[in-house]
Design a protein. Structure first.
Lengths: 309, 331, 345
């Protein structure tokens, strides 16, 4: 009947018939672009990034072009978002202020990510005293309300861009640490980790090549959500005067300045507020879409909906 | 004579991003009271899906069904949800593969066992408890009355599976559906469970549908065997006929592929290759790419119908190999 | 420890191997309970041969495999590879893991889903610094894939695109990468479909012949173990209860547990074994506190009072086997089982 030799050529010819399947990475991107709302969110973020990078080039006026004669003008054709109490163009200021939000959120989240993921990896993988030390220190940070801790750190370091970044970075580290640790705890028990050990892989190698890539999914989701919160926190700090200092424009600072003029010049506060709102919303939507795409159960429901018949 | 439980041209499709998957395709079988039907197939054959979907345990979007699933001539698929649940709870008992995940770890055994009769039969809880204790005794659990207050994790795998069987019997079902119930158990425990189910069947006269991937397990106690491949039944026959004179090349391949005690010289017979993707089934016979016989040119392009090659023996093929010599005698 | 008269010294020797796992805090007093997963096991594996290890859950067979690689730490006894004691310290463990590798039971879980087939197969080479240079490594990966019956086109695929049998082949290719001397096969076919099981077993046997490999084949399926192995050890609750060559195990099993295992094998012949089926009572006792005397006595159809008092050692039986049972001779001579047949009520 069947003898040994047809096995190989048959197996190969069968294998050759199968077209390659899409990998998970592409599925992730595809899922993001599936919904028009998410696409809109991506567009918003792209705009914000563009403003952050090339703000000065696109803005019709300078951020600090004072022209007291034009003060407190409502939105019109020459000043799309109106002018503030010093006659500065609000539209230009909103555009240029994007940089601060983007800078602070990117750097602080990067900081939180690097520290948090490292602590989470080590705690989850090695357990015992490493875990205790790691997680208790995270608990300490966690136990403070976010704003309070940020304020305390900025109070120690003085107000400004860099202290804001540090403060927000420290405050968000525990989130990354916890999420990473939780994933590491389950990945650690997987057979492929044991298999890696069986071929002689060192712990460092296992962490780097086997554990980390398999815990990235929730970290990515957390990143986008943290970016959103970082922007909010920075805005709050600036609002309280503890973030970026004038004359550098920041959305939060603009909110603070616009406070006193709410009745006469609502545009001074509303437009920066809207900018914050839209950016945070967009980041949240992207985060949600990624989470849905990465959750296996959600994924099959999505696939079913996207099916042909 | 009408069947107790019957599938008529039953199909299950699921839409995916890369095409519609035909998981189950035109399946027909019937089972009577006191009979055991074994459904045998490897992973991806659709064996579990066909039965689970027929009894309404597969959510309907995303899956779509065709054909009928008749319990006492009433189509389970077209029933209203509530009615279907009633029929299921009252007349059909289920035993699943993983006893740990089928039993709620937070509820006592007694609580779980008495749930169904209290709900579907309006049995008072005292009576339900007594019945549960009796059944636990019957399935061989020592100290049955005390066990009612135990939690699943306090029992071993074999015992939990017995509890599952007892639980399935609480409402005196007419059909017992067992989906790979012994796959996760040790060989010696498996033998005990098989023996138990056989005795219970002769005692209660239920129909049993036993789904498994292991041809050997059902050899002793099934009346009929249906072999499934790529969503279709490829052979349906009384047990001894299937084993002695298999008609379909796939069945033959399955039977030959097992190592037999005492035969260690030659290489094992194999079925080369892998089963087809349910989204891209071959146009003709699904087994054709792997078939070592291929004796009819139509196999490649037409799906063979089920043909009766002997009384009660159906084979989905344009030819039949029932008359071939057994493995040991072939050159 | 009788072995088939082999070509020189055995490749692997386990001497009185013991693996005990501590169990949570003791409930009463200060005594800590231990799960005696492996409780004094000794065996040898001859070069180029396959030693089969068969038993059910709780027998300790998988733990033995893991302990030979240091994946769980033995709590007692010694292991000698090629005549030298294995030291379970960090650096020698790494070297050990080039000479001894493992194939795992679940092919779906034993490959990192985020790494391509080539990356997984290549990894041992990277760890041990073999076949340096990307071209040399790529060539070696293709060679390994070819050895296990996969075309080079599999190299860039990811595990989720492969079938179970194909993934297991990748696992085997990975285990072969550093040209190991001993491969521990831990239930390598149990999770696979029947038609694929035979493909993989054929492959393993063929590789053994071509490459002169030595295997420790661990499984609960007696038929598969018998097919693959030259000698077989039967384990129950952390101890070896019988050793035999494959032929004598099948033809004349001596230990009651072996007999029960054999008779429990589902046959593919209707009506064949039902008459002679030997059903065991009850369930496997807890490995934390095994029964006194012979561990199998609580389920043994031939148990007598004396079985509770003495813990039987492995004693020579026949010309090439051993049995741990005080009634082995009587049973072989035809003593009837005390409680033959049905379980439960």
């Amino acid at each position: 009947m069947t003898s040994a030799s047809p096995v190989e050529p048959m197996e190969r010819s069968l294998e050759a018939q199968e077209p390659p399947e899409e990998g998970t990475r592409w599925a992730l991107l595809a899922a993001i672009f599936e919904s028009p709302v998410t696409v809109l969110a991506v567009v918003i973020i792209a705009i914000v990034l563009f403003m952050a990078v090339a703000g000065e080039l696109v803005a019709p006026y300078g951020a600090n072009e004072i022209n007291v004669m034009n003060q407190l003008q409502p939105p019109n054709l020459t000043h799309l978002f109106g002018t503030d109490e010093l006659g500065r163009d609000v539209f230009s200021r909103v555009i240029i202020a994007a940089r601060v939000s983007v800078q602070v959120s990117l750097v602080s989240v990067a900081l939180a990510l690097v520290m948090g993921v490292s602590i989470g990896l080590l705690s989850g993988y090695f357990g015992r005293w490493v875990d205790i030390v790691g997680m208790r220190s995270m608990d300490v940070i966690f136990s403070f309300p976010v704003m309070l801790l940020a304020l305390a750190i900025v109070a120690m370091l003085g107000p400004g861009l860099v202290p804001a970044m540090i403060a927000i970075g420290v405050v968000y580290t525990p989130y990354f640490a916890r999420i990473t640790r939780a994933s590491v705890l389950s990945v650690r028990e997987e057979t492929y980790i044991r298999a890696a050990r069986s071929i002689g892989a060192s712990d460092a190698r296992i962490l780097r090549l086997h554990v980390l890539p398999n815990v990235m999914a929730p970290i990515i989701v957390q990143t986008s959500l943290s970016l959103a919160f970082a922007i909010l926190t920075e805005a709050a700090l600036s609002f309280l005067g503890l973030g970026v200092q004038p004359p550098q424009p920041s959305w939060g600072r603009m909110l603070f300045d616009g406070r006193g003029f709410i009745t006469e010049a609502w545009w001074m506060a509303v437009f920066p507020g809207l900018a914050i709102f839209l950016t945070v919303l967009a980041l949240n939507l992207i985060g949600d879409a990624m989470r849905d795409a990465l959750d296996p159960r959600q994924r099959s429901a999505i696939e079913a909906r996207a099916g042909n018949l | 004579m009408s069947a107790l439980f019957e599938l008529v041209d039953f199909g299950v499709q699921i839409g995916t991003r890369r095409g519609t998957a035909h998981i189950v395709n035109g399946v027909d079988w019937r089972v009577q009271a006191g009979e055991t039907l074994a459904i045998v197939g490897e992973s991806g054959s659709g064996k579990s899906m066909s039965v689970l979907a027929a009894t309404g345990l597969v959510p309907s979007p995303p899956a779509r069904f065709s054909g009928q699933a008749l319990f006492r001539e009433r189509d389970l698929l077209t029933m209203e949800d509530r009615e279907r649940r009633r029929v299921r709870g009252r007349h059909i008992g289920f035993v699943f593969q993983e006893p740990m995940t089928s039993l709620n770890p937070l509820l006592t055994i007694g609580r779980q066992m008495t749930e169904a009769p209290r709900q579907h039969l309006d049995m008072p809880s005292g009576e339900a408890r007594d019945k549960a204790a009796d059944l636990l005794n019957l399935v061989g659990i020592p100290e049955a009355a005390q066990r009612l207050d135990a939690y699943p994790h306090q029992l071993s795998g074999g015992m939990r599976q017995r509890v599952m069987i007892a639980m399935a019997l609480m409402c005196d079902p007419e059909v017992l559906i067992a989906d790979e119930p012994t796959t996760a158990l040790d060989v010696t425990t498996q033998a005990q469970i098989l023996d138990l189910v056989t005795r219970l069947q002769s005692q209660f006269g239920m129909a049993v549908v036993w789904i498994t991937h292991d041809l050997g397990v059902v050899a002793d106690f099934a009346d009929q065997v249906a072999v499934m491949y790529a969503g279709r039944i490829v052979e349906l026959a009384p047990t001894s006929a299937l084993y002695r004179t298999p008609g379909h090349p796939y069945t033959r391949g399955l039977l030959d592929a097992r190592p037999r005690l005492g035969e260690t010289e030659a290489e094992l017979a194999t079925i080369p290759g892998v089963p087809p993707d349910p989204r891209r089934l071959p146009p003709g016979c699904s087994f054709w790419p792997r078939c070592p016989y291929r004796e009819d040119p139509r196999c490649e392009t037409e799906v063979p119908p089920l043909r009766e090659v002997a009384p009660g023996h159906l084979v989905r093929s344009f030819y039949s190999i029932t008359q071939r010599a057994p493995r040991d005698q072939e050159a | 420890m009788t072995g088939v008269p082999g070509s020189g010294a055995p490749l692997l020797e386990a001497i009185d191997l013991q693996v005990h796992f501590p169990v949570g805090g003791g409930s009463l007093g200060r005594g800590r309970a231990f799960v005696r997963a492996v409780d004094g096991v000794s065996f040898t594996i001859e070069r180029g041969q396959t030693l089969g290890l068969v038993g059910e859950s709780g027998s300790g067979k998988s733990t033995i495999g893991l302990s030979l690689l240091g994946l769980v730490r033995p709590t007692g006894g010694r292991v000698r590879l090629d005549g030298e004691d294995v030291d379970f310290g960090r650096s020698s463990l790494q070297r050990l893991r080039a000479r001894t590798t493992m194939v795992f039971q679940d092919p779906n879980a034993s490959l990192n889903p985020r790494r391509s087939v080539a990356a997984s197969v290549r990894e041992p080479l990277e760890i041990h610094g073999l076949h340096r240079g990307s071209a040399a490594r790529r060539a070696r990966v293709e060679e390994l894939l070819d050895l296990v019956g996969l075309s080079g086109r599999f190299a860039e695929r990811y595990p989720h695109e492969l079938s179970g049998g194909q993934r297991q082949r990748v696992g085997i290719a990975r285990a072969l990468a550093c040209e190991p001397e001993l491969i521990i096969l831990d239930e390598p076919v149990s999770s696979l479909d029947v038609s694929v099981q035979s493909q993989i077993m054929n492959l393993l046997r063929r590789l053994q012949g071509e490459l002169g490999l030595t295997y420790l084949f661990i499984a609960h399926d007696l038929a598969a173990v018998e097919y693959m192995s030259h000698r077989v050890l039967v384990m129950y609750l952390g101890r070896i209860v019988e050793t035999a060559t494959r032929e004598s195990l099948y033809r004349s099993p001596r230990h009651p547990y072996t007999k029960a295992l054999l008779s429990a094998i589902p046959s593919a012949e209707p009506g064949e074994t039902s008459a002679a089926r030997l059903l065991l009572e009850g369930d496997i006792p807890s490995p934390i506190s095994p029964p006194s005397g012979c561990r199998f006595r609580t389920r043994c159809p031939w148990a007598i009072a004396a079985c509770a008092e003495t813990d039987p050692h492995l004693e020579a039986a026949g010309s090439d086997g051993e049995v741990a049972c005080i009634r082995a001779d009587e049973i072989a001579a035809g003593a009837p089982a005390a409680l033959a047949g049905t379980s439960g009520a």
